[in-house]
Design a protein around this ligand. Sequence first.
Ligand code: C2E
Ligand code: MG
Ligand code: MG
Length: 723
Amino acid sequence: MDMHEAVAKPPVHALRNASHASTPLRLLCVDDCEADVALIVETLRSGGFAPVFQRVCTREDMTAALDRQAWDVVISDHSMPQFDGTEALAVVTARKLDIPFILVSGAVGEEIAVLAMKSGAHDYMMKQDLGRLVPVIRRELTEAEVRRARRLAEANLRSSEALLNSIVNTAADGIIVIDEIGMLEFANAAVERMFGWKPLELIGRNVDCLLPARHRNAHRPGSEDVALTSGVGREVKAQRRNGSVFPIELTFGEMRIDGRIKYAGIMRDVTERKWAEERIRHLAHYDELTGLPNRALFSQLLEQALSESKFSQKQVAVLFIDLDRFKLINDSLSHASGDTVLQQVAKRLTEALPRRDTIARLGGDEFVVLMRDCSIPADAAETAQTLLTAVAQPLLIEGQDYHLTASIGISAYPGDGENSQTILKHADIAMCRAKEHGKNNYQFYSSQMNLHSFERLVLERFLRHAMEQDEFHVYYQPKLDLLTGCVTGMEALLRWVHPGMGMISPTKFIPLAEETGLIVPIGAWVLRAACAQNRAWQLQGLPPLRVAVNLSARQFAQDDLLSTIVNVLAETGLAPELLELELTESVTMDNPEHAATLLKKLKALGIRLAIDDFGTGYSSLSYLKRFPIDNVKIDRSFIKDIPDDEDDVAITQAVIAMAHSLRLKVIAEGVESEQHVEFLREHGCDEAQGYLFGAPMPADEFREAMVRCANGIPLRARLTNRP
Ligand code: C2E
Ligand code: MG
Ligand code: MG
């Protein structure tokens, strides 16, 4: 190896030996003369450097040295036996290495030196005069450092530009830059996707080409609107190249570049979001099944109509439409067909209405019509009649003709209420009245209707749902034989536990159920529940007990009452003798012939019959003799004050005596005290029922009481009184 190695390896070792203040220097010497190099190194050392150096004097060695490591400076001789300074410089420049190259030669002519400088040498000097060497190296190192820093900065800039470019062009949002007069200077790739313009086509055009004609001024930079949108996403209309308009969210920012104002706009296509919002808005305001406005929208429209009519002095009418017996039809049809019925009805009502009137669906089978600027009652009545006729046309569903009717209630503004809620409520009340009037008719609201109507209305609505929601329960109250003290049976008493209102008294809801006819299905349910329960108790081994079920006049008027009872007995397997029906006097008085026939048939089945609340009606016992009655229940109002109230005492005594003479058994209701019992026993009353022996209680509790009773524990000692 003809290489003159004077380098300490690894270079770090040399660095460590260098004096503290010395500047490390990786020096490559291209020189055939070892002594010259030693001189150079020594000069540098004494000039404050700590050189780590290698001497080479052939092209191959120089190339290998350059390949092996980085160098801070190359100091080259000019003429060597196998190589020369110009060639050495060419090796460095060919490799595009930024290493300061200093020519140091014993005899370099001016010409060669200039040539070398032109070819990229950084300096030259004579070997005999190394006085400039240290400052030159220092200068070169500094400059090289500056060049390196610049290169790094440029590379950083290039890469952040590339990054920015790729971000801008892959951004889903459209990005544009425009100058102060609205000329486009930049558009990213998303702009092409959104608008159909290629970015390059846009450069130099006015931003107007992205806006629909009628919105152009509003978004022009410098306009107040743009000032407003600066920095804030605002929804505006944009226009595609093909002329179609779509919504975007636009954020504008102002910037100052080279003293000129520019605007950067970020645009987001919000078509889909708008569509979703629209859909949500639609769902919130329209009924999905029929496409009609829903209750919320109707309330708004009504509110609006009322406030308009306050100024115009015109009348507004609300027609509340409820289909008659829809539930019946709905239950007999599939779910889908039930929906079809509602859709058909909605269509008919809509078609029958004058255009300017609005129809909405409140839910279920309830529709409501808003008539603006109409005369009351003429226009409203005419429309109501038109709607009734439209509904009454036969409806073909599942290959069968259905005949629907509706009941309509009408209320008007001004007159029937001050605000939309009241007007709607009153139309609802009037509709209920139309139902009571036999359905398939319309009624105008009148203030008399409102007397007890609201509470009633609410209660009625809840009552309609109570059965579906399992809110009804049957309680049982024992009846005792006064002679033996044994339980002979129990009365089934309905309880309604509403989730919001709690326990609602039957005295409150039974009359309502009767008025609305709901008592028919409810009563049938109680009958079935009571018979099934009694049968279950029999199977569980309780002594044979008779269960008494109350029958309302409305049930009694039902043609299918007998078959309902027969079916219930058959289904539950309860012996007819263990069922008693309690009827009020009025039941027999409304239609005595019908009552006599029906009661005979019931009697023939073996069912026991009792007259409930006896004494509160106007019938007499001799009148009742026409009917096959077994028991008479003296109303608790007579029992309450005995033995203190002489009249009650006299009446009770007489009733017991007369009933016995007609071979009827007597049972006293509302027995609350020992005094009552004493009196009743003394006067031969057969049975008693009341809190003294037990309040109406749930089935489980009643069973437990019966079991204790059978074990010889007297009922009254065990049962807590409770209303
Ligand atoms: P009702 O048939 O005369 O029932 C007797 C009522 O007297 C029951 O009231 C019962 O809880 C109450 N009572 C029992 N013992 C005493 C007592 O010692 N003192 C007092 N102050 N009251 C006592 P309830 O359960 O509130 O029922 C009221 C009415 O509602 C019943 O009078 C009946 O006419 C009707 N009702 C209850 N359930 C049904 C039913 O399933 N169908 C029908 N149609 N009507 C029912
Ligand atoms: Mg009763
Ligand atoms: Mg009673």
